[in-house]
Design a protein around this ligand. Structure first.
Ligand code: ATP
Ligand code: MG
Length: 502
């Protein structure tokens, strides 16, 4: 639904139909999450040209100009702290070439968590003062959340901020001030978790802090001064790159890639080459008493990639071999994530360990995985049947979802029409209050408006045509009345009202 909405927004702005799209995903997304994102794009009526890792997109946006003047390879650390997730990636950047060396991340760490801490703080303060627990009241908590979000943003620019909610609970107002230092203390451990991810990422990339040439800030939460300070401290006072609006850097990079794939844009854009890596290791489960993970594609392997592993039989005259496919970093598969499974059958009988079976893991540019196996003296083959459970949707499933999306869109249109009629009625009611009108005139206008209000209340389900009919009828009535009222109601108001229906 979000993607369909984005498509609509872009189409309205560009005044043309949008078919192709590049969608960004967190670097930490696994195979099924990527596939689900692609499916969602299809359901939204888009052709997904590429999925792009968000840090890569940000680096394209940030580093693009610099690398055209400097041909030496550089190590870039992308630190993306958004609303819900924290992603750290190390990229090697050459001329027009971006390669993700390693990624580390936390899928549940971001701005919302900082808000939660602030909210808890306020709830405790309110309780201390009024002996009332407001956590059970959703509306109350919602308004407090909005105030805390605003206060958090203000604290990025000033050392103090107010948190003020009138009538927070019943008639009780809430009004407090919070300092930046207090905010930092409330979130100390969370901020530390963010910066710890840097060590992990650099460790995986086998790169020392001193070898990092630039640190890029991405994501709205990197506006928090303490985060910037921690980053700067980590890198021995290095200047941070924050030239691009942190909320837009990712979209900016995706737009460059989209232009590149559509053969648009300037020469630099056209020369762009992107190399992504697998975020987690992929492999086959092998029975050794317990099921152990035999890694075929190690974590952080550049994609697209095709890698093979060699397998064999465990028993004499074994004619079939079972291949469970996992993703994860544990040596024991029970801690990893089963992606799918298939069995290679019809292998020529032979003593154990004789049959040679080659399995190939093929990952395309979107990070989507296909596994195949071939072996035995007769060379039987199984073009893999990875269980599609979490992966590709069937054509029928996609169709059902496309229809559902169309239905949501229709419901949305109905709601918009309904709201526009409600607005229209409001305008009529306001007009009926003009001082120069006689009482019978006011009465007629109000009656016409009230009739529509009653209609709206009794017709919760109505077609767009039916709603528009109400609007036209009301407009006709009002116009008839307005003829008699020229000079009393400002001409502009009458004109606006008429235009809305015409
Ligand atoms: N001035 C500011 N100070 C602190 N935080 C801010 C500021 N401006 C925005 N934020 C926070 O940035 C977050 C949104 O950032 P962004 O748009 O990068 O997130 P996202 O990409 O939607 O989320 P994610 O990457 O986690 O999926 C919100 O939590 C918001 O509160
Ligand atoms: Mg983000």
């Amino acid at each position: 639904m979000i993607l369909a909405k984005m498509k609509e927004i872009a189409e309205a702005y560009l005044e043309c139909t949008i078919k192709n799209a590049v969608i960004t995903v967190p670097a930490y997304f696994n195979d099924s999450q990527r596939q689900a994102t692609k499916n969602a794009g299809t359901v939204a009526g888009l052709n997904i040209m590429r999925l792009m890792d968000e840090p890569t997109a940000a680096a394209v946006a940030y580093g693009f100009d610099k690398i055209t003047v400097d041909t030496n390879k550089k190590n870039l650390l992308v630190f993306d702290l958004g609303g819900g997730t924290c992603d750290v990636s190390l990229l090697s950047v050459g001329k027009g070439n971006f390669m993700v060396i390693a990624t580390a991340g936390d899928t549940h760490l971001g701005g919302e968590d900082f808000n939660d801490r602030l909210i808890d703080h306020c709830v405790r303060k309110f309780h201390a003062k009024y002996k009332k627990d407001i956590t059970g009241d959703a509306s109350c908590m919602g308004r407090l959340r909005t105030a805390c979000e605003q206060a958090k943003r203000n604290l990025s620019f000033s050392p103090q901020a107010a948190i003020k909610v009138d009538h927070l609970y019943g008639d009780t107002n809430f009004d407090t001030r919070i300092s930046r230092v207090q905010f930092e203390n409330l979130n100390k451990d969370l901020f530390m978790r963010c910066t710890n991810l840097i060590e992990k990422c650099l460790g995986d990339a086998k790169i020392d802090k001193t070898q990092v040439d630039a640190v890029l800030l991405v994501g709205g939460s990197t506006r928090i001064p303490k985060i910037q300070q921690l980053l700067q401290d980590t890198f021995g006072g290095k200047e941070l790159c924050k030239g691009i609006h942190p909320d837009e850097a990712v979209a900016h990079g995706a737009a460059i890639l989209a232009a590149n794939l559509n053969s648009q844009g300037n020469k630099e854009v056209q020369n762009l080459v992107l190399v992504d890596v697998t975020p987690v290791s992929l492999g086959v489960g092998i029975n050794k008493g317990y099921e152990s993970m035999d890694i075929v594609v190690p974590r952080n392997t550049p994609i697209p990639v095709k890698k093979g592993g060699c397998f064999t039989t465990r028993y004499d005259n074994q004619t079939s071999v079972y291949f469970p496919i996992y993703e994860g970093e544990s040596a024991e598969t029970k801690y990893n994530n089963l992606l799918g499974e298939f069995t290679l059958e019809g292998i020529d009988p032979a003593p154990k360990g004789v049959a040679k079976i080659d399995a190939y893991f093929d990952i395309d540019a979107n990070g989507i995985l296909t596994v195949s196996a071939q072996g035995g003296s007769n060379g039987v083959k199984n073009e893999i049947v990875i269980s599609k459970r979490n992966r590709d949707l069937t054509a029928e499933e996609i169709q059902t979802m496309v229809e559902a999306a169309a239905r949501y869109k229709a419901e949305d249109e109905e709601l918009k029409t309904r709201i526009s009629l409600e607005d229209f009625v409001e305008k009529v009611k306001t007009m009926a209050m003009y001082p120069g009108l006689s009482d019978p005139e006011k009465k007629s206008m109000n009656e016409a408006a009230d009739y529509v209000i009653a209609w709206l209340e009794t017709n919760h389900v109505a077609t767009i045509d039916e709603i528009n009919k109400q609007k036209r009828e009301l407009a006709t009535t009002i116009r008839r009345l307005i003829k008699l009222m020229r000079g009393v109601i400002p001409y502009d108001e009458v004109l606006i009202l008429s235009l809305e229906v015409d």
